[in-house]
Write a protein that binds this ligand. Structure first.
Ligand code: GLY
Length: 278
């Protein structure tokens, strides 16, 4: 079996973790990616083969940072299905099916939830609630949720109820001019967020050191944090320099074709840490 096929076929409950502490659920790029939802990005031609190669490199980068990567097969019925982050949330104690806000994405999560259901009790956001995982940023026991076109107040309220038993607090955050909360802010170190202040109310993040994106790099606030590692797009060199000046080690990936589909690095994986609180 070719290495790629072996990776795709690997089941969640593999016993060969290779000593890795993290698991990422990913999904290969849909051949229908060009029909993706777009909200704040103009539609431009997407090179599918290049998008697939970039996604494969993204998966390899996660592996190089110490992550076991599960690659679910692509699905031509769901153009946005590479963006697994939106369909489910994974906490240490529970996984939550999100009920995405775009109709075209509502049924997208089945395969991802099958995986999560093997390792976490599964709860669901129910109609009329909607929630996209891209709107949910957990920092410790604080869960920030973007007030976006995709995530409605009912979805916020249901998430609060579902997470309350484990001591999480849910805080709604205003965003503007971007798709998701994590388009505008992500955690990049224990005490630090990377933030695009034009797109998000910074007040809820007052407890953290705030690094702002560099001028001319509007989309630069999205990064994947995995322990001490940070996976980051290679197209924001000035913001990358700010991260490095702040003492944060950065591993870069080229996700330019996925960005044309209004995707970002966090969108392409659901991360879980094995055995202990992340
Ligand atoms: N294309 C990403 C989304 O709109 O959900």
């Amino acid at each position: 079996m070719a290495a790629h096929d072996a990776l795709c076929a690997r089941s969640w409950d593999t016993t060969a973790y290779n000593g890795r502490m993290w698991t990422a659920i990913t999904r290969d790029v849909s051949p229908a990616l060009a029909k993706c939802e777009l909200s704040f990005v103009d539609r431009t031609p997407i090179d599918l083969a290049r998008a697939q190669a970039q996604h494969a490199a993204y998966c390899r980068a996660l592996e190089s940072l110490g992550c076991e990567v599960i690659r679910l097969p692509a699905d031509a019925h769901f153009p946005d299905s590479v963006f697994v982050e939106d369909v489910a949330l994974a906490f240490d104690e529970v996984a939550i099916a999100t009920r995405p806000g775009a109709d075209s994405r509502r049924e997208e999560g089945t395969k991802v939830l099958e995986q999560l259901g093997m390792v976490r009790p599964l709860r669901r956001i129910e109609a009329p609630g909607t929630l996209d995982g891209g709107d949910v940023l957990r920092i410790g026991k604080r869960v920030f949720v973007g007030r976006s076109a995709r995530s409605n107040p009912e979805g916020h309220a249901q998430l609060q109820s579902l997470l309350a038993p484990w001591g999480y607090t849910v805080e709604s955050v205003s965003i503007r001019d971007c798709l998701h909360l994590k388009s505008a802010v992500t955690q990049v170190a224990e005490d630090t967020v990377l933030i695009q202040p034009d797109w998000v109310d910074v007040t809820p993040f007052a407890a953290y050191r705030q690094l702002t994106v560099a001028p001319g790099e509007a989309h630069a606030a999205n990064a994947v944090r995995m322990g001490q590692a940070l996976l980051y797009p290679d197209c924001f060199p000035q913001t990358q320099a700010r991260l490095q000046a702040a003492g944060i080690a950065v591993t870069t990936v080229d996700v330019s074709e996925l960005q044309k589909a209004e995707g970002a690095v966090t969108c392409c994986s659901i991360l879980l840490r094995r055995g202990e609180a992340a």
